[in-house]
Design a protein around this ligand. Structure first.
Ligand code: PRP
Ligand code: URA
Length: 209
């Protein structure tokens, strides 16, 4: 699928396996989510444009490449997407951070919006949306709809684990969005949880439940 990138790096796969383990506690879980976000961000930002700038080394003056032009916005889907933000801002400290608050109704599995704020103007920025879990795809589609309604254009979506259903839905509704996924799992269960997955990402990051 064009614009869908599945990660294969052994470090990412190893860390995802640690996340899956139900005996991995909150501290380690948080650290792993941040590290995976950084590794995935490294890949997702490999097309950032460069421009040559003049730098004086201790030896001589030279023209040397630096990140140019477009600024970055990181937009986590609350709550669980928050756990990935520091991994991306460690790579690009000048990034601005927006927030999209969505929760899934436990019965219908439909996303409900409760808070949204984006850096303004958003239209000239490269936007990295983060959410560890892409399950039915409802939250991801709603988040991208919101960003596009506010003028966002160049959008990358980073998800640590995806169900095939969610990945197909996000790609079908928003084929222009570049989707980066750490691992595609088998399926959703009747409660729309990813199998084998890692459970409830928000609860495991924040130690709730
Ligand atoms: C989880 C997850 C995604 C969403 C994925 O959030 O972090 O945002 O579910 O499911 P979907 O693809 O079927 O929409 P949740 O609604 O549990 O909220 P939380 O992060 O606040 O726990
Ligand atoms: N949200 C989660 O946190 N986990 C899932 O498996 C599905 C949605």
């Amino acid at each position: 699928m064009k614009n869908v990138f599945i990660m294969t790096h052994p470090l990412i796969q190893h860390k995802i396996s640690r996340l899956r383990d139900k005996n991995t506690g909150t501290n380690e879980f948080r650290a792993l989510v941040e590290e995976i976000a950084m590794l995935m961000g490294f890949e997702a930002l490999s097309d950032l444009p460069l421009e040559d700038v003049e730098v004086e080394t201790p030896i001589e003056t030279c023209m040397t490449p630096m990140i140019s032009g477009r600024k970055l916005a990181v937009v986590p889907i609350l709550r669980a997407g928050l756990g990935m933000v520091n991994g991306i801002t460690a790579l690009v400290p000048t990034a601005k951070v927006g927030h999209i608050g969505l929760y899934r109704d436990e019965t219908t599995h439909e996303p409900h919006e409760y808070y949204c704020k984006l850096p303004s103007p958003i239209s000239e920025r490269t936007i990295v949306v983060t959410d560890p879990m892409l399950a039915t795809g409802g939250s991801a589609v709603a988040a991208v709809n919101f960003i596009k309604e506010h003028g966002g254009k160049n959008i990358k979506f980073l998800s640590i684990i995806a169900a095939p259903e969610g990945l197909e839905k996000l790609h079908a509704v928003h084929p222009d969005v570049q989707i980066y996924v750490g691992h595609v799992d088998r399926a959703l269960n009747k409660d729309a949880y990813i199998c084998p997955g890692l459970g409830d990402a928000g609860d495991r990051i924040f130690g709730t439940k």
